[in-house]
Design a protein around this ligand. Structure first.
Ligand code: AMP
Length: 310
């Protein structure tokens, strides 16, 4: 099974990838982990990648692609893998498609972890990692005053906060996601590979949803509109909404066309024209909302909630 996990930082890709890895016996391939490892070992690539990572920006495609290519050629990935954090932009998606074609391992499914911005902020600001085993925790799940330590092995030492989970970098990462990674949702929806998973709830619930989605044979094709009309219906909202909107619009246009075919077809076409400005303002509003939610959630967490029982 070859799975791609899509989702914003903090959407739970890594945590769920670890769970799927254990269930399906295929490795989690996290571009972030590969990069952090290269940084820790101070390899040439790691040194090049560090500045971009610290700033919440994407590392250059060739560095990441090199690491992914090398990783996917390892024997444990021969029967499948879970890609976590790669691809992160359209060019990477094209490179991945070429690489997978080369090694004869096409993608089976792309799972999008759909999580509200406020939840993302809470998760990212509270995320702590075990320095040895890499297990991810959230400080909000610990009792007040307790020093957060790894439950797998408490002697691993105090949990640490990733440098890019610091308040000032989080907002940048979410911005980069909106601008560069979000277009992949449309990309994979058009290919009929995308499945949207509600990424909130208990860990078990989310894993269950993912497994169910993986059992379904094929993701429904999102858009059957002629190529020229597609852009007007997309991107103005998250993929589920865009898909629903597009289907509704088409149904409406169809029923109108049935009632009075000639003039109504024209009317339907006219109606689609203003979709572009609407798309822009929706995008702008979404950006504003991310920033606002980011500030709000961080303030709330940092000021009011040092810790709470798991
Ligand atoms: P992650 O652990 O997936 O949140 O990634 C941490 C950081 O590593 C990101 O903020 C980027 O700087 C970098 N990174 C991870 N994956 C990619 C990728 N596919 N392309 C470019 N940069 C990446």
């Amino acid at each position: 099974m070859r799975i791609v996990l899509l989702g914003a930082p903090g959407s739970g890709k890594g945590t769920q990838a670890q769970r799927l890895q254990a269930k399906y016996g295929i490795p989690q391939v996290s571009s972030g982990d590969l990069l952090r490892d290269a940084v820790a070992r101070q390899t040439e690539l790691g040194l090049k990648a560090k500045a971009a990572m610290d700033a919440g920006q994407l590392v250059s495609d060739d560095i990441v692609l090199g690491l992914i290519r090398e990783r996917l050629h390892q024997p444990d990935a021969a029967n499948g893998f879970i890609l976590d954090g790669f691809p992160r932009n359209i060019d990477q998606a094209h490179s991945l498609a070429a690489l997978l074609e080369d090694i004869g391992q096409p993608i089976d499914a792309v799972l999008l972890m759909d999580v509200r911005n406020e939840t993302l902020m809470t998760r990212l600001a509270g995320r702590r990692v075990c320095p040895k085993c890499g297990k991810v925790f959230n400080i909000n799940s610990f009792l007040p005053g307790v020093i957060p330590v790894c439950d797998v092995s408490p002697d691993h030492g105090a949990l640490y906060q990733r440098p890019d989970d610091k308040e000032e970098v989080i907002a940048k990462r979410l911005e980069v996601y909106q601008a560069q990674t979000k277009p992949l949702i449309d990309h994979y929806a058009k290919l009929g590979q995308l499945k949207v998973i509600k990424g909130e709830g208990t860990l078990d619930e989310i894993t269950e949803r993912m497994e169910k989605a993986l059992q379904e044979k094929k993701a429904p094709k999102r858009d059957a509109a002629p190529a020229s009309k597609k852009p007007a219906a997309k991107k103005s909202a998250p993929v589920k909404k865009a898909a629903a909107k597009s289907v509704k619009a088409k149904a409406k246009a169809k029923s109108k066309a049935k009632r009075a075919p000639q003039p109504k077809v024209k009317q339907a076409a006219k109606k689609k024209t203003p979709a572009k400005p609407a798309k822009k303002s929706a995008k702008k509003n979404a950006k504003k909302a991310v920033k606002k939610a980011a500030k709000k959630a961080i303030k709330k967490k940092v000021a009011k909630k040092p810790a709470r029982k798991k």
